[in-house]
Design a protein around this ligand. Structure first.
Ligand SMILES: Cc1cc2nc3c(=O)[nH]c(=O)nc-3n(C[C@H](O)[C@H](O)[C@H](O)COP(=O)(O)O)c2cc1C
Length: 414
């Protein structure tokens, strides 16, 4: 438990205090409350973050510095347009969004109010956490009425896990969209977490069909995301075939759900099968850079929009993700940590991401996100030719990457 590391401000409180505000009687009778409060607590433990060398891989990429940008920093605009956000440009003009985290429990409601107010003030999209509880307790949707009353302008994205979509069916999920007044709906994929979670539901059979059925009926864009293990090019093609509007890669590099569930399982019973399996899988997943490269390639010319999240820890990471083809960039754990410390800290954290993205754009001479997408980017140890090949063919193993990449580029006539 690391709550002591978090400074309080006048409106902030630590994780422990937050959870202490909850109704403990209710918590003891509700597996749901206890699981969600566990997640908030464990997500603040540094051990659940990806380790160096097995992270998002943004550090392997470097922009070519432009010493003579023909613009002022004040000219740099972060507005997305329909050339990037081909399916969601009308939903918000900022490329940033807060990734889905919490919903349907007492501690989460306070955090969601803070996140919603901050997102509304900046025009960011906000993903809410899984709305699973609303499927069996419709009263829990009251959280959204309160948020709507306080921040009518916030654009919220709904969220449900694939196994709940399969289990509950399209109609119920459309009800969640309505209750939230969501501008889009996320279906999250989390096979590893479902296997390692004590309360997990690793039942994904019929998942693609269920996604397709939801896409067919929904009036809002359907987004499919992972939760920190990434999506491969092959899986992206299946999702594109099912008609999804957006794929958010949510790759490895930040919060790792194998690690979170591993810590939870160890608390219940150290050395149990689940906690030992979680150790084996603690570095599982495709890095965000790798996943993004594959999914962008798969999505080319298909009309699907690609988002990046998972281990985005600075505005510079965001700039690299946009350069690789992401229309929007999401951040989860850093904003949760900031929100736990109060509105001011959350505001500072969000400002930092926007400022750093602008600095990156200025220092490559890009005044718009479209220009940023054309900025030269190199792989630190190998040079720009290899980056170009990564964009074309996705991941090629390091040792033979150069040879294979050049051969493929030759075949493609590029
Ligand atoms: C406390 C917490 C709760 C989360 N709950 C959800 C969820 O309900 N649904 C979902 O799609 N992702 C959920 N996530 C995953 C995030 O949306 C994100 O994909 C992941 O944390 C990687 O981003 P990060 O490295 O910036 O934290 C959660 C993350 C955290 C930290």
């Amino acid at each position: 438990m690391v709550s002591g590391e978090y400074e309080k401000d006048t409106k902030g409180f630590s994780v422990l205090e937050l959870i202490a505000t909850m109704d403990r009687t209710k918590e003891s009778t509700s597996q749901f409350e206890s699981r969600k409060s566990d997640h908030l607590e464990v997500a603040m433990d540094p051990r659940v973050q990806a380790v160096e060398g097995l992270g998002a891989e943004f550090d392997r990429l470097q922009f070519v510095h432009e010493a003579l940008p023909d613009l002022d920093l004040a000219d740099v605009s972060l507005m997305v347009d329909s050339s990037q956000a081909i399916r969601t440009a009308s939903l918000s003009s900022s490329p940033f969004f807060v990734s889905s985290m919490t919903a349907g429990h007492e501690a989460g409601a306070v955090l969601n109010r803070r996140l919603a107010a901050a997102c509304a003030a900046r025009g960011w999209l906000m993903g809410v956490g899984s709305q699973r509880r609303e499927l069996f307790d419709s009263a829990s949707a009251a959280e959204w009425r309160e948020i709507r009353a306080r921040t009518p302008d916030v654009s919220l994205i709904g969220n449900i896990g694939l196994s709940q979509l399969i289990d509950s069916g399209t109609e119920k999920i459309l009800g969640l969209v309505e209750a939230l007044e969501a501008v889009a709906m996320i279906v999250h994929l989390n096979p590893l977490q479902e296997c390692l979670q004590v309360e997990g539901t690793p039942q994904f059979r019929g998942g693609l069909h269920a996604i397709h059925a939801l896409v067919e009926r929904a009036k809002v864009p359907i987004i499919v995301k992972e939760t920190g293990c990434g999506i491969s090019g092959t899986t992206a093609r299946r999702l594109i075939g099912a008609g999804v509007a957006v794929i958010d890669v949510a790759g490895r590099g930040g919060t790792h759900w194998g690690r979170i569930e591993g810590l939870r399982a160890a608390k219940v019973s150290a050395g149990s099968q689940l906690s030992r399996a979680a150790e084996s899988f603690q570095n599982w997943g495709l890095s965000t850079v790798d996943s993004l490269t594959q999914v962008v390639h798969a999505g080319r010319e298909t009309g699907v929009e690609i988002w990046a999240s998972g281990g985005i820890r600075s505005g510079l990471d965001a700039a690299k993700a946009i350069r690789l083809g992401a229309a929007r960039v999401g951040v989860a754990q850093p904003f949760l940590a900031a929100a736990l410390n109060g509105e001011d800290e959350l505001s500072r954290a969000m400002d930092r991401f926007e400022f750093e993205l602008k600095v990156a754009m200025f220092c490559v001479g890009a005044s718009t996100l479209s220009e940023l997408r054309r900025a030269p980017l190199t792989e630190v140890e190998r040079g720009s030719e290899i980056l170009r090949s990564r964009l074309q063919i996705g991941r090629v193993f390091r040792s033979c990457r150069e040879r294979i990449a050049l051969t493929i580029l030759k075949r493609l006539g590029r």
